[in-house]
Design a binder for this molecule. Sequence first.
Ligand SMILES: *Cc1c(COP(=O)(O)O)cnc(C)c1O
Length: 377
Amino acid sequence: MTQFAAEDLLDPPAYPDVGYALLADRIGAVMRSFDDVVFVQAEAVVALEAVAASLAKPGLKVLNVVTSMYGDYFATWLRRGGAVVENVVAEPGRPVDLAVFQAALDAMAEVDVVVLVHGEAANGVLNPLPEIAESAKARGALLVVDAVASIGAHQFEVQTLGIDIAVIGPQKGLGGPAGLSAISVSEAAWAKIAEEPALRLSTLSLLDLKEKWLDLGADALPGTPAPLEFWALDAALDRIDAEEDAIETVIERHQLAARATRAGLRALGVPPWIEDDGSASALVTAAPVPAGVEPQALVDASGGFEGAAISLGVGGVEHLLVRLNHTGIRAAYRPVLANVVAYGQALAALGQSVDIDAAIEAVARAYQDAEPVGSAE
Ligand SMILES: *Cc1c(COP(=O)(O)O)cnc(C)c1O
């Protein structure tokens, strides 16, 4: 059943102890972070729970932006640890409204932590991170950002924005493994995490990672690290570094994929679900499910088109939007074109009127107009 040679999977050499700190530095560079970077040896949702479990204290006051189920999860984890969480919930499939966010922030007499997801792969939202960061900093709050679905697709600058905790996974925009995640943690965040009662002796404890790895010289990781995951992360970072401008090129490729997809949808005659280009994810583009169309029928009708990857929205938006996936190696001309044509043909098959020729032309033009670096395959 395996697609791999057994010798590639079995008995792999251990990842060298000296390599972990180097990997952490390289992840820090991708995030533009000079803070500590620790690894969680699990998929990114575990790293998010570790952040919430480690930060939560009885009475900690948190303003939590909710633009998908990840925000709901985060509130649940924080409350489990005794935190007092105020949620700012956006309209389904929409970015948080800055005025609503600011009003919620102003209404809090004290705020220790502000939490948000930067980009949403579940519904194609991009939240206004720089503005929220500025407001959070003005209140002296720690800023926690889930950048799992924005790293590699959007500019993400921990240092410039003053982000205290950033969580990433390599499996989306960076094209890396899903079984390993990384967290950037500022001095101020470490201080909050270390306040009693602090979470220790837990697989979710960031303090354990600090005390048993960073503080011991960031050499061997505690426990038995999974070598294949670390080798794969190493390879993913090598592939990024082989690009002319490294991470900048990867970001531009996703940005171009989003621009071309959005131009294609507009030419088709169906504007993207999020009409403001600056509020849309560059990993996936949300396209509307027109009135009278059954979402699953739309996805099914697009399924026969080779190279397309269209799926239902996730987290309560299934009836509103579908997602055109242009993540990682799919951030390229052919997958983008396949997505737009598949969506158009599916709509046509379901009785909608669309202009597929115009869409093809618009996608092609977006790629022709782009800098050559983004135009690979
Ligand atoms: C994908 C994603 C995650 C992590 O999901 P896993 O697939 O469980 O690793 C976390 N947050 C956001 C916003 C995501 O899009």
